[in-house]
Design a binder for this molecule. Structure first.
Ligand code: ADA
Length: 561
């Protein structure tokens, strides 16, 4: 399930999901073997989408692998849409290299013209290698580097003209009872001569706007002040959504808009003019049986459990999630913090221009992909990079600039690991702190002293007039491990940990909310296995099979208060 509504009502779309030929290529011999022309028909097959680590004997495999399938087309112009391929992807059609993409959680596509109608061979080379200097994410992260074609692939048969890109912005009137849309469209026309079409903007079947347009090659159209009287705001738990369709006759695109106003005011976060307190969890889109390629039913199950917990927000730690899950957040009225997997970068890697360029490209792809989701209320630039350094400062400055240039409607933040030495806080609209007092350092009582000294520091560097989010804090608990003495790794200690921290944070006047670390136990990377019992990060308040630990019920009680 790619979307929860019909995003491209007129597009002739064919899913290429299913059984593909597959072969690992650890020695990178694929091209010499001619695999770009398709793997042998008797090659093993795997399900697309899925993570290859769930194939027999590939549990730990990280490197290069090839996939191939065949597709048939009746049209001459097709668009191949790849919703996510981990690491680097190189795409071949009938043996010809047609595009490549870097980055494991954002989509890419290629338009192929002048195809002869009939059968074609599609081959995909995936390089999921991670290193310590160039890749995003790096080798050392605290989740497993599942590899493969992890989200769906589609084939769109394009007509003479199609909507290549679109962006809908809106402003609300003072009383937030009506909206004024501005819409930008990029339309491609293959017609040899200029052609005339009618552009319509519709909402729920009613025509909001109509005009004649003249298309030739690439046409950019900008519409302003399309008024929608009497709207109901999108809000937490009140997910009012409106389907806005842009139609050019032979093609159309629909976005599901939620009209809301999110802004930072002093130390508070305002949603539709009201101060909100964020009650959140950090969630990896992960499960031991599917890795990143979780079925939508699991996303729905997680959403139900998280709503039952009493949350009003989820941080998608630490990478762009599937579109269907974001659609679900829109539909459930849950706020979402989305970020890119720039996790734990040391100074040396931050100094690497390739990392800087890749991070900016990934941030741009995430924002352009997810711009219209009302649930996304903040963009996360990175997580626990070394923001004590000039390199950390420069990449944060660059990413902040990029985010603000693409989106003036949302605040930005990043999760700092160095609250007392961070040089980059001025770039953040919201100050987000990852801290593990009572687990990695000090005991639970050391929290009060930290919060006091952090507040002093913010005052001293002129950053005191911003909201603070406790974006990560938590304790490990082995599922089923209980005792009277509640030492670390027991469910009892974890329960005590959240009872203490959530109560403390809730009483703090400058804390605008918290995201506990973390929702569920997850498999960790090889580089972390030594430090993680079971080779899992066990800080979930449910285990990897979504079975609740003691802490779940305590957090639920506190989040419902
Ligand atoms: C960090 C990191 C998380 C996780 C956590 C932990 O804050 O951002 O991804 O690794 O620590 O469990 O230690």
């Amino acid at each position: 399930m790619i979307r929860l509504f019909n995003h491209l009502p007129k597009r002739n779309r064919q899913s290429l999901d299913g059984l593909w030929q597959f072969a690992i290529d650890p020695e990178k011999q694929g091209l010499q073997n001619g695999w770009q022309n398709g793997l042998a028909s008797d090659a093993r097959t795997v399900v697309v989408p899925s993570c290859w680590n769930h194939e027999p004997e590939l549990y730990h495999y990280e490197g290069t692998a090839w996939y191939s399938t065949a597709f048939t087309t009746t049209g001459e112009t097709v668009q191949l849409m790849f919703h996510a391929v981990t690491g680097k992807a190189d795409i071949y059609v009938d043996g010809q290299h047609v595009t490549s993409h870097y980055g494991g959680f954002t989509p890419f596509d290629v338009v192929l013209g002048n195809l002869t109608p009939g059968r074609h061979v599609l081959a995909v080379a995936v390089d999921n290698t991670h290193d310590t200097l160039n890749t995003i994410p790096l080798a050392r992260v605290d989740w497993f580097h599942y590899g493969g074609i992890i989200r769906s692939i589609e084939l769109h048969e394009l007509n003479d003209a199609w909507i290549k890109d679109h962006k809908i912005d809106y402003t609300l009137n003072e009383s937030m009872t009506s909206a004024s849309l501005s819409i930008s469209l990029q339309i491609e026309s293959l017609h040899p001569k200029e052609r005339t079409d009618t552009l319509r903007v519709l909402m729920g079947g009613n025509v909001l706007y109509e005009k004649e347009i003249h298309l030739h090659g690439e046409t950019n159209i900008h519409l302003d002040r399309i008024e929608i009287e009497k709207i109901s705001l999108w809000d937490i738990g009140q997910p009012n959504l409106y389907e806005i369709t842009m139609d050019i006759g032979c093609d159309s695109v629909t976005e599901r808009m939620g009209f809301r106003d999110i802004r930072v005011s002093g130390q508070t976060i305002l949603l539709n003019g009201k101060e909100i307190y964020l009650k959140g969890v950090n969630r990896h889109e992960d499960h031991p049986d599917w890795g990143f390629a979780v079925p939508f039913k699991l996303n729905k199950k997680d959403m139900d459990i998280i709503k039952q917990l009493g949350c009003n927000t989820i941080r998608g730690s630490h990478y762009p999630n599937s579109k269907a899950f974001l659609d679900l957040c829109d539909q459930e009225g849950i706020l979402f913090w989305e970020e890119i997997p720039v996790w734990g970068y040391p100074e040396e890697a931050l100094q690497n221009p390739l990392v800087q360029d890749r991070a900016e490209a990934m941030l741009q792809e995430m924002i352009l992909r997810d711009y219209h989701h009302p649930s996304i209320f903040v963009w996360g630039l990175h997580n626990e990079i070394d923001t004590r350094t000039q390199a950390g400062y420069r990449i944060t400055e660059r990413l902040a600039q990029k985010a603000r240039s693409l989106d003036k409607s949302r605040p930005i933040t990043f999760a700092t690991h160095y609250p007392m030495d961070d040089m980059c806080l001025p770039f953040a609209d919201i100050i987000s702190v990852n801290k593990y007092n009572g687990w990695y350092e000090g005991d639970l009582n050391s929290w009060e002293e930290f919060l006091a000294s952090f507040e002093e520091r913010l005052n001293s560097i002129g950053q005191h007039d911003k909201p603070i989010i406790m974006s990560e804090f938590g304790a490990g608990a082995i599922y089923g491990e209980t005792s009277f003495e509640s030492p670390k790794w027991t469910e009892n200690y974890q329960e005590k940990y959240f009872k203490y921290t959530l109560t403390l944070f809730r009483k703090h006047p400058k804390i605008a909310g918290s995201y506990i670390w973390q929702y569920c136990d997850i498999r960790t990377a090889r580089e972390m296995e030594l430090y993680r019992p079971r080779s899992f990060n066990n800080k979930g308040i449910v285990n990897e099979y979504r079975k609740p630990k003691l802490a779940y019920w305590t957090v639920q009680k506190l989040y419902h208060e």
